[in-house]
Design a protein around this ligand. Sequence first.
Ligand code: 1GP
Length: 240
Amino acid sequence: MSIYSNIVSAITQQKKLLAILIDPDKFDLKLTSQFADKINKSIITHIFVGGSNVETEVTHQLVSVLKPLTDLPLVLFPGDVTQISKDADAILFLSLISGSYPKYLIEKQIEAVSILKNTNLEVISTGYILIKNGRETIVQKVTDTKPIPTAIHQLIADTAKAGELLGKKLIYLEAVSGAIHPVPLEIINFVKQDLDIPLIVGGGIRSKKQLDDAYKAGADLVVIGTAFEENEDFFNQIKK
Ligand code: 1GP
């Protein structure tokens, strides 16, 4: 079964999914084995790999070292086409639909085609929506895109729905890595009400309670990176 079908089937069975986001640039490869062990003993269901500025070789090294140590799907969440590693299982093929900058709506995707042709990666079309969290972020700077203010619920929900109608298979509501405030629960709830494809939520989620609240609000898959980097104990909070 494809990774996407598994996501859909888990949701049908009312299972909630959790992805750990690993930034290859911040990861110490020497610790891969013990890190993989903690992942395997947790409720984590997916491993996302990606960052803002990572060279191909660094992503590739991490993926190839991690791959034999876990049965969980390794999914690329690339900040750029340079982060495509053929050894991963799938790639979130992101389009920044909250912005109007052609480079991140379609041009980078065109650039990726010739690289993807030489891989067997499962390509999962994903509408990526930046939500404002109070300060300018690296994603904003890199993509030259303004996030949608949280006050405009309808615009966020309509953007997500437009993504679905365009054929995206997933919608990702992103407060960005290290965000002070995660995507507000009422926004998750509002977007989810009218959406018929799986909803991913990430950015700024640092506690088990915030994770559970995001699920209750309607997130199908939550992505957490910083909490694992900053707080060793976080793995203990999400043990199987
Ligand atoms: C970033 O949504 C992810 O793209 C995860 O964010 O690092 O804040 O958990 P955090």
